[in-house]
Design a protein around this ligand. Structure first.
Ligand SMILES: [Zn+2]
Length: 239
């Protein structure tokens, strides 16, 4: 038997290798990705649904299975749905700043421990940046925040460029992610992408030792060959 007889399995292996080589794709999201590939590439389930993804990724006994709520009639997305929703492509503002950012006559920033935290918006780009002040600079904090709010354009200004999420989407170009993310989160909206060249994705390749390939192809982990005859040999992964 030659695995080349099963193009779906080859495609599955290729997709799983690429996902494992993606440093941002880990944990439950990776399990969801492997299940999606099993359905799309190997036809492990009749259709790509949150339910089927959940069964393959987390097993039928997992508590957070997708289901319809009997009381409200709403669909609970389940563990797979929450993982996909958490990976929606979006803009994430910076974390709060711990030190006072008020300018002083001597220093660019005061630097004392901040007691007031918030975000200001650059209305020309939609991007947010940190705003923080100590108690001494409370008024500066309030005035700056108020001035920033008053400068808000009537139409709300542009949406900022997306800067996080969309990790799983990189590996499944055939899925309509905009539709899926909108369905899982009615408040989600498509953020624009920053026009820049994406770095090349790392790929993993299996390097097989040619002279022993036939022996390896005949190997069977359930019916092990007698000792002395190699059933398996090492394969190495290279970038
Ligand atoms: Zn201060």
């Amino acid at each position: 038997m030659d695995s080349g007889d099963f193009p779906g399995l080859i495609a599955h292996g290729k997709r799983v290798r690429a996902m494992c080589a993606d440093p941002e794709l880990t944990g439950e999201l990776l399990a969801v990705g492997v299940a999606m590939s099993a359905i799309l590439d190997v036809k492990a389930a009749p259709k790509l649904s949150l339910y089927q993804i959940h069964i393959l990724a987390f097993g039928p006994d997992d508590q957070e299975i997708p289901m319809e709520c009997a009381r409200t009639g709403r669909m609970r997305p389940g563990r797979a749905g929450y993982a996909i929703r958490g990976d929606a492509r979006r803009y994430a503002p910076p974390y709060p700043e711990a030190k006072c950012l008020a300018p002083t006559p001597r220093k660019k920033h005061c630097g004392r421990k901040a007691n007031h935290f918030g975000l200001l918006t650059d209305w020309s780009t939609g991007e947010q940046y940190r705003h923080a002040a100590c108690n001494r600079h409370r008024e500066w904090y309030r005035d700056t925040w108020k001035a920033n709010q008053e400068a808000k354009p009537e139409d709300g200004g542009p949406l900022p460029y997306a800067n996080t999420g969309g990790v799983l989407a990189r590996h499944f170009p055939e899925v309509n992610w905009v539709k899926l993310w909108s369905k899982l989160d009615p408040h989600w909206e498509p953020y624009p992408e920053r026009p820049e060249q994406q770095p090349a994705k790392p790929t993993l390749e299996l390097v097989v030792d040619q002279p022993n390939r036939e022996a390896a192809e005949q190997g069977d982990l359930l019916n092990m060959d007698p000792p002395g005859r190699p059933a398996l040999f090492a394969v190495s992964a290279t970038r």
